[in-house]
Design a protein around this ligand. Structure first.
Ligand code: PLP
Ligand code: COI
Length: 339
């Protein structure tokens, strides 16, 4: 089966692999890590994840280097964010030790699915934490399931590192100002589905959400954060309703390291007119350069790429990030762990 995989053409999607790993929280404690070859989970019909959205997930990637070794990028940040998500919707927290044991085990068990160096693909890990115990009243579950499955993936936006078109939505909000936008819980994604569907139907790669309260500031680009570049400065929105992206946090560090200034602050939609380059960033998206952004309700189109090519700063950021992730560039920030 692995022989038939065309690593260079992989979409961002699900592929069956050998195993997944699971751990159950019962009677106030986590049990032993279990290995499963089933793609299904057996769950109580009154589980809180099914009724009240008590679930959180993570997204992370493992890369094969030129030396054949597998590298994991900033896993502690994913573990930390999953704990923040757990606290945010009153779930049991997954300790670091359990998180990394599960990550290492699931990679080891599926090692032949880690795409080869140079293919542009990587092994995507999807940690999932769900309320598995029954409740009918609106209350947190007493039991939880933490699991990780993996899938080899290509770029999230099928264009890869090529500029894409995005649209601004003013019809829907993804997250409320004091809601759950800053944690990685399923409800945020459910709330974005109509908008993303509309964007895809109209031929856009994604939709950009504005802040829910004033509809004045950029929040984020569907499943990725937004950044703009101007005057040698990397600018990215600060908002309480966006997911604090680990990729974005890394790009802020890389940007400073390569001599750019950085600003994390509110970004008014009208500032889009002034950027020289723009992009979306995230684990799945890596960096997706933006060609154009259409804000149809105010009749504006902003265009960034020249001759359909990514800008020079986005390109440098992309190459540096990928270089660190695959081991081609020295990991001077200590972000990579060899598995
Ligand atoms: N924003 C949203 C809503 C996301 O789902 C993701 C993906 O995890 C990101 C941003 C990017 O975050 P990260 O770089 O940590 O993957
Ligand atoms: C990621 O970038 O890892 C994500 O989780 C984004 C998306 C697939 C939900």
């Amino acid at each position: 089966m692995i022989e038939n995989i065309n690593w260079g053409e992989l979409p961002f999607g699900y592929m069956k692999t050998n195993y997944n790993v699971r751990c159950y929280y019962k009677n106030g404690k986590w049990g032993a890590l279990e290995i499963s070859s089933s793609e299904y989970i057996n769950i109580h019909m009154a589980a809180t994840s099914l009724h009240y959205g008590q679930e959180a997930f993570e997204g992370m990637k493992a890369f094969k280097g030129k030396d054949g070794k597998v590298r994991l990028f900033r896993w502690e940040e994913n573990a930390k964010r999953m704990r923040k998500s757990a606290v945010g919707i009153r779930m049991a927290e997954v300790p670091n030790e359990l998180f990394i044991d599960a990550v290492k085990k699931v990679i080891e068990l599926n090692s032949e699915f880690v795409p080869p160096y140079g293919s542009g693909a990587s092994l995507y890990l999807r940690p999932l934490l769900i309320g598995s115990g029954p409740q009918v009243g609106v209350k947190p579950a007493n039991e939880y399931l933490f699991m990780i499955f993996v899938s080899p993936v290509g770029p999230y936006f099928k264009e890869g590192f090529k500029p894409v078109d995005m649209m601004i939505t003013r019809d829907f909000d993804r997250a409320a100002p004091l809601g759950t936008g800053s944690i990685k819980v399923g409800g945020n994604y459910a709330a974005s589905l109509n908008t993303l569907h509309e964007a895809h139907e109209k031929g856009f790669a994604s939709a950009i959400f504005l802040d829910a309260k004033e509809k004045k500031y950029i929040d984020e680009c569907g499943p990725a954060n937004f950044f703009g570049i101007k005057n040698n400065t990397y600018i990215t929105p600060k908002s309480d309703s966006i997911l604090p992206s680990i990729t974005n946090m890394s790009l802020l560090t890389i940007a400073e390291d390569i001599g750019l200034k950085t600003e994390r602050r509110q970004v008014e939609a009208k500032e889009l007119e002034t950027f020289e380059e723009a992009g979306a960033c995230g684990t799945a998206a890596v960096i997706s350069p933006i060609n154009s952004i259409i804000d149809a309700s105010i009749g504006k189109t902003y265009t960034y790429s020249k001759d359909g090519k990514p800008g020079p700063i986005s390109t440098k950021l992309y190459e540096t990030l990928q270089g660190i992730q695959t081991g081609d560039i020295e990991d001077k920030f200590g972000w990579v762990e060899l598995i």
